[in-house]
Design a protein around this ligand. Structure first.
Ligand code: ATP
Length: 253
């Protein structure tokens, strides 16, 4: 038994654990009710993918790791669902690629911002030497309305590569328009965020984040030329198409 009263051998264990974390996040003021809806939508796609990392998404995770290792100022955007589902894994990824994490909320309130920052600190940001940003709110993403445009100048504002798990489509497009390279993690290959990404990873965030970290560790000895070749060879439309085919073919893993 773990956080939930269900044995790990239960066939729906992972899905039940994920739901529990989101529900618990709502109780703790980390996740919103809209976050519950987003989770349901993600679950449906994950079911159709066979709740596994398909090979094209694993390749995309490796490319994302290479892109992050090449970055000068990488940042990982964290919203309520990401904070609830993968707090420790996000800190691990940030440490592996030397990125900042920035709390960035669709429904921004001071209380939620502070709860999420505290939650990330509880999961080891200080020990890992990872900066947590989001509270300065001293820069804006052009082309968005006030709340959703807010970022930290020293975080996402200045970042050259941004990881945006579960981002809404408008913001993903606006960040891309600023010239940033974007790694989007989203279970829906047709979502506007996935379509706007430099590197779309069509996978559950609970699998994708540790998977990028694993690839980053594996690539840590690679030369810049090798990393650049990995990024250059990537076909984003091909990755989206492969995921859509896997979903439509209905061949559950
Ligand atoms: P877009 O504007 O990008 O088309 P949206 O704003 O309509 O999408 P939402 O309704 O906010 O999207 O849903 C959130 C998105 O996050 C969905 O595309 C869903 O598949 C995805 N998602 C939800 N939970 C997860 C998860 N655990 N891992 C990966 N993706 C997820």
């Amino acid at each position: 038994m773990s956080e939930i009263d269900v044995p790990e051998s239960h066939p729906r264990y992972q899905s039940l654990l994920t739901r529990h974390r989101i529900e618990d996040g709502v109780d703790r003021g980390i996740t919103t009710r809209q976050g519950l809806i987003a989770e349901g939508r993600g679950e449906a796609f994950d079911y159709l993918l066979g709740e596994r990392t398909i090979s094209s998404s694993d390749d995309a995770a490796r490319v994302a790791a290479a892109l992050l290792l090449l970055a000068e100022r990488p940042a990982i955007s964290v919203n309520g669902n990401v904070a609830a589902l993968v707090p420790a894994e996000t800190v691990d990824l940030a440490a592996a690629v030397n990125a900042d994490v920035e709390v960035n909320l669709f429904n921004r309130t001071d209380d939620r911002m502070r709860s999420i920052v505290a939650h990330l600190r509880e999961h080891g940001t200080d020990e890992a030497g990872v900066a947590v940003r989001g509270l300065d709110a001293d820069a804006r993403i052009p082309g968005l309305d006030h709340e959703r445009a807010t970022v930290d100048a020293d975080g996402i504002g200045n970042a050259d590569v941004v990881v945006v798990p579960l981002e809404d489509g408008d913001r993903a497009a606006a960040l891309a328009a600023m010239g940033k390279a974007e790694v989007v993690i989203d279970l829906n290959p047709l979502s506007r965020s996935a379509q706007a990404a430099t590197v779309p990873i069509i996978d559950n965030v609970v699998r994708a984040v540790p998977n990028i970290t694993g690839h980053a560790r594996d690539l840590s000895g690679a030369s810049r030329a090798e990393l650049e070749a990995t990024v250059r060879g990537f076909d984003a439309d091909g990755a989206l198409g492969a995921a859509e085919d896997a979903i439509r073919s209905g061949e559950l893993g």
